[in-house]
Each structure stands twice: as structure tokens, then as C-alpha cells.
Design a protein around this ligand. Structure first.
Ligand SMILES: Nc1nc2c(ncn2[C@@H]2O[C@H](COP(=O)(O)OP(=O)(O)OP(=O)(O)O)[C@@H](O)[C@H]2O)c(=O)[nH]1
Length: 303
């Protein structure tokens, strides 16, 4: 039997219910992957399975919460992340309707997305409103944008979610699963660990630098005493960046390492020994291996 697989970008204002919907779709079995994992352009929220289809749920950081320093290029990159997805699902809160934030997203969909993009509308939190208002909202939103399909869901209560998953699965491209089933629970732990280090780098360094680096967990060793040894490599594209990350006398990398180790230990509930290395790899952005480590498809990203 043929399988289907692809990326579904969940977009919407903060609090629209993306995490709740992801958890609902992914289910408890692989909920560990719902921890946010940062990749260059998309963030993997979780991997959901519906029959023969594997639905990789992603979001695109920086899209709807432009901060002061966020420039146009970054917003464009975020929309680029959304357009990498096979399907986009816009979540709108039923009781809030078309807010300014939703307006901005609708404008972005019109201006930034290719015309043939598959965009579905999910009106969430339907448990909070009366049916009549839902119909009016659905009608208005569909007049504003040509959605491929509209769903009315309650991520919290689970209403309508199975139907939506079925539709998403049916509309993903045919192809092998992006994550082997037995690796779903395993792979993300390495990615989560890499994401934690990346987050610390972002906090510590100048804002644009983290977009030019990637973190990989190269080795994960379980020790007899219950602790884990984790080896990670931070790949940068320029020698100058290596110096920045190391800092004076190695100060910066040490602080990053300590912060990441603490978070990872806390997350795992046990001791972790974290070893970080910085490597210059000028063309890491073009290497297929780096993409699969980030959970991305090289062919999609390499355009
Ligand atoms: N009543 C109701 N509440 C919901 C529903 N879905 C989500 N919520 C609530 O809405 C709030 C925000 O949900 P999240 O899933 O965290 O939203 P989010 O979009 O992931 O938020 P960010 O990650 O911050 O962008 C939480 O308090 C949820 O419990 C729903 O279907 N009905």
C-alpha cells in the first residue's frame, strides 16, 4: 500500500491553540516530539500518524510576532518556511474572530504565498461559541481568502480533529515516511538537545548569528551511573563566527554549555555531561546530511 508524508505548517496568532492541536493530533505516544525544535526555517512541533500518512507538524518562527529588530528579510524567510510546507493550516479562534493579527496573516497569505499553495482554515475553540456565529465567521473568512477546506475544531475537547487529520493525510504527497516509525520517539531527543543548545546560543549571541549556524547532537551515550554523555557540534559558516561563539578565553561557549546542560538535565531528570565543539563548515547550508539532521528534506530546502 502506498504511504503519504509531508509537512503541515500550523499558523495563527499566539494562543490560537497550535500546541493543543498538535498534542491532540500527535497523541500521547510520541508526545515527546512536541517539544519545539528549531530548524533553520521551520520548527517541528510533532509527528502525527493517520493511517498510512505521516503528518509532520511545523510552525514558522518569527512569522506573526515581529519584534522591533525583526527586519523584512526575516519575515520573508518565515513566510518562506511556510511555503516549504505541503499544506498550511491557519488557526483562527472562534470567539475572537478576525482580529488585527488575523488580518495581517490573511494579507501575508495573499502577498507571500504562491497561488497554488494549499491553505486550510481551522476555526478552533468552537466549544466557546454558538453555532450561528461560527457560520458567519466561516463565511467571512472564506470571502477574504480561498481556503482549500474549512474545519471547525476544538483542539481541547477533540471535536473535529480526526476529520481534519484525515483530510490532511489524504492531501499530502505520496511517498515514504519522513521518519521511520521506530525512530520517532528516539530521533527527537537528540534534536531537542540540539535545540536547547541553539536556544542558548540565540540568547547569548547577536540575533542574526544563530540563523547562520546549526547544532547537531553527534553522539549520545548512556552511562552506567544513569547519566548521559552528549556530544554536540555547532556548525558555523565562517571562521569569524567560531571566534564569536568561543568568546574571550572560551568564556562564551562555556556559559552556553552550562546553560544548555542545566536545561537538558532538568528535562531528562538526570545528570548530563555536555560537550560542545564548534566547527567551520563553509557550505553546511548545502549539505544534505545537515538537513536530515534537522528533520528537513534537502530537496525541499535546497531550492
Ligand atoms: N476552550 C478552548 N480552549 C482551547 C482550545 N484549544 C486551545 N485552548 C486553550 O488556548 C490556550 C492556548 O493554547 P496553545 O495550544 O498553548 O496555543 P498556541 O497557539 O500553541 O500558543 P503559542 O505557542 O504561544 O503560539 C490554552 O489555554 C489552551 O488550553 C479549544 O479548543 N477550546
Amino acid at each position: 500500500m502506498s504511504t503519504r508524508a509531508g509537512f503541515v505548517a500550523l499558523i495563527g496568532e499566539p494562543n490560537a491553540g497550535k500546541s493543543t492541536l498538535t498534542n491532540r493530533m500527535v497523541g500521547a505516544k510520541v508526545s515527546i516530539v512536541t517539544h519545539k525544535v528549531q530548524t533553520t526555517r521551520t520548527r517541528i512541533r510533532g509527528v502525527a500518524i493517520d493511517g498510512d500518512a505521516q503528518i509532520v507538524l511545523v510552525d514558522t518562527p518569527g512569522l506573526f510576532q515581529p519584534r522591533r529588530r525583526l527586519d523584512r528579510a526575516m519575515v520573508a524567510a518565515a513566510w518562506g518556511g511556510a511555503s516549504d510546507a505541503d499544506i498550511i493550516v491557519l488557526l483562527v479562534e472562534a470567539h475572537r474572530g478576525i482580529t488585527d493579527g488575523v488580518e495581517r496573516i490573511l494579507d501575508g497569505l495573499k502577498d507571500q504565498m504562491p497561488r497554488d499553495a494549499t491553505v486550510a482554515l481551522a476555526i478552533n475553540k468552537i466549544d466557546r461559541v454558538k453555532a450561528e456565529s461560527l457560520l458567519a465567521l466561516t463565511k467571512e473568512l472564506n470571502e477574504r481568502y480561498k481556503f482549500a477546506q474549512t474545519f471547525m475544531v476544538s483542539a481541547e475537547k477533540g471535536h473535529g480533529v480526526a476529520d481534519m487529520m484525515g483530510w490532511l493525510g489524504d492531501n499530502l504527497p505520496e511517498g515514504p515516511w519522513l521518519y521511520p516509525e521506530d525512530q520517532i520517539a528516539d530521533l527527537p531527543l537528540r534534536m531537542i538537545a540540539a535545540e536547547m543548545t541553539r536556544e542558548k546560543l540565540t540568547l547569548r549571541l547577536h540575533q542574526e548569528l544563530p540563523y547562520q549556524l546549526t547544532v547537531e547532537t553527534e553522539n549520545w551515550e548512556e552511562r552506567k551511573d544513569g547519566s548521559a554523555r552528549v556530544d554536540q557540534v555547532i556548525y558555523v559558516s565562517r571562521p569569524g563566527h567560531k571566534g564569536i561563539i568561543l568568546g574571550h578565553g572560551g568564556e562564551t561557549i562555556k556559559a552556553i554549555s552550562t546553560a544548555a546542560r542545566q536545561e537538558l538535565s532538568e528535562f531528562m531528570g538526570r545528570k548530563v555531561h555536555l560537550f560542545l565543539q564548534v566547527k567551520v563548515r563553509e557550505n553546511w547550508l548545502d549539505e544534505a546530511e545537515r538537513y536530515s539532521e534537522m528533520g528537513l528534506d534537502f530537496r525541499d530546502g535546497g531550492k
